[in-house]
Design a protein around this ligand. Structure first.
Ligand code: FAD
Length: 488
């Protein structure tokens, strides 16, 4: 089954919209009767909404899941092209991410992970292309250069951030840390620039902008410190936790288990291809109206849609000022993630950074396709922004500027232009997290708001989505139990 989302290009097909995925749900709805009153409507079938819908259904509630797209997974989904799962969004997972790991364990998927990197053969080096020149180095030298730069960057307290952010899953533990949310990455670099070599400066920006996919001026230093703290305050664990382990069968092979388990309760109704236009809470219950006019009713509603598009849904009563301000401000991540299937088998062990003179800045050999080709994944962002579907030739040039490659296929999803995401993973501009995290987490009447974008732990990650979906389902169940026992 093909999703409407995503693009692929080959020389013979040209650019084609839509790619096959096992996350597409057919038939798109199982709703039998109109005018049903549900316990809870969940809007959004990303990991957050899937977790919320599953947990609510398991707890005995009658659940309706409404999703705008034709598929599950939201910003984490995999295509399946000639048997190979190119990851269109969220990809890497790890046992350092507690909510994700609980689910991997639950679905017995521990043995279904594989390692992206393979530093064993062929072009086994790291290419650094900076404004001042280009050179190749061993992966050991790459790691040493990165570690040195990132440690200088994070060392605000003589302990590489450990004093400032000692409990990364409780970031307000040290109120002192909030002052770093007033700083951008550019501000922090200005403080340490005399201590950075030119190569450290380039790899530092290459890595930090891989995290935010924005510009140094628009990236919150505090949010970066939060990621760093979650990664055990070390570059080694940034790699371990952020960009190493992925599912052999792709993200959709994980997400489908949440959906199947929710369905197995017999208490899950669902409608895909159903963008919600408005949500009305009259105090006694909630009504969600789809763009096509269909109306759905429930006692409670969980909005599991991302921050950048909250403002696009009409809420009545209106969204609280803090939520609206956050959604209008928007997070800054405009990631461009491009997969290239290349005929050069020797590139499997290659990685590189090309910054600032390219629109794709970071890339690694990520796998070997069934035909034996190398799979390279490359990232760009707001700096030097690329719209691959609008200019495939420019995309090809940007890939080849990373390292010479013979491209057979290109696969991507343009998240910046996606109307149901308006950006990739959450990354905060200066000020947004400390000002609005609590606003975003607060319920409004009968409506609960949950999304990875405002998780406290692995915010921006699949783990954060599961953390939030768990929280919302529990809160709704407790709320309904309380109000029903009060009426007995
Ligand atoms: P979403 O996945 O955004 O789900 C929200 C759902 O709501 C969507 O399905 C959307 O279609 C739906 N929706 C929106 N509006 C409406 C509406 N009006 N009506 C009905 N439905 C609506 N995380 C990692 O852990 N590891 C990674 O390696 C990683 N890499 C990433 C790479 C990219 C390119 C991207 C984009 C993300 C990446 N992430 C990664 C982040 C991760 O994908 C997200 O944090 C996570 O998937 C968000 O889940 P969510 O359920 O909170 O939100």
């Amino acid at each position: 089954m093909s999703s409407r989302d995503g693009y692929q290009w080959t020389e013979s097909s040209g650019l084609v919209k839509g790619v096959p995925s096992i996350g597409v749900i057919q038939p798109p709805t199982n709703i039998q009767t109109e005018h049903e009153l549900y316990d809870v409507i969940v809007v959004g079938a990303g990991y957050c909404g899937l977790t919320a819908a599953r947990d609510a259904a398991l707890s005995g509630l009658k659940v309706l899941l409404l999703e705008a797209r034709d598929r599950i997974g939201g910003r984490s989904w995999s295509s399946n092209i000639e048997g190979y799962p190119f990851e269109m969004g969220g990809t890497w997972v790890s046992w350092g991410q507690p909510h994700v790991w609980r689910e991997i364990s639950r679905y017995e998927m521990r043995d279904q992970l594989e390692i992206s990197h393979d530093y064993s053969r062929g072009v086994n080096h790291f290419s650094l292309n900076s404004a001042s020149g280009s050179r190749n180095m061993s992966h050991e030298d790459e790691d040493a250069l990165m570690e040195s730069a990132l440690k200088k960057f994070a060392n605000v307290d003589g302990q590489y951030g450990r004093i400032v952010m000692p409990f990364p899953h409780s970031e307000s533990h040290n109120p002192e840390a909030a002052k770093y949310d007033k700083m951008s990455v550019a501000d922090r670099i200005a403080q340490i620039k005399d201590d950075l070599s030119s190569e450290e400066h380039t790899v530092l920006l290459g890595f930090v902008l891989l995290c935010s996919c924005s510009t140094p001026e628009k990236t919150s230093f505090y949010e970066y410190l939060h990621w760093w703290a979650l990664c055990n305050y070390s570059y080694e664990y940034c790699i371990e936790y952020l960009i190493k382990y992925k599912f052999k069968g792709g993200q959709s092979s994980f997400a489908i288990n949440f959906f199947k388990e929710a369905c197995s309760t017999g208490r899950l109704s669902y409608a895909f291809n159903t963008p919600v236009a408005s949500i009305n809470d009259d105090g006694n219950g909630v009504q969600a109206t789809a763009r096509d006019g269909r109306i759905f009713k429930a006692s409670r509603l969980i909005s599991a849609i991302p921050m950048n598009i909250l403002k696009d849904v009409t809420f009545s009563p209106p969204l609280a000022a803090g939520k609206l301000d956050a959604s209008t401000t928007e997070h800054v991540n405009k990631c461009v993630k491009v997969h290239a299937e290349v005929r050069d088998r020797d590139l499997r062990s290659w990685s590189g950074i090309t910054y600032p003179n390219n629109s794709l800045m970071y890339a690694i050999g990520d796998g070997t396709t069934p035909s034996g080709n190398t799979h390279i994944v490359a990232f760009g962002g707001q700096h030097n922004h690329l719209q691959p579907e609008k200019d495939i030739d420019k995309t090809m040039d940007a890939l080849k500027a990373l390292t010479p490659m013979d491209v057979e296929r290109v696969v991507f999803h343009n998240w910046a232009d996606d109307e149901f995401a308006k950006g990739a993973w959450f990354f905060s501009p200066p000020g947004l997290v400390t000002e609005h995290l609590e606003d975003l987490r607060a319920p409004q009447g009968n409506i609960y708001f949950a999304n990875s974008d405002w998780a406290v732990g692995w915010r921006s990650f699949i783990d954060g989505a599961i953390e939030e979906g768990t929280r919302a389902a529990l809160a709704v169940k407790r709320d309904l139990d309380r109000s029903r026992s009060a009426h007995l």
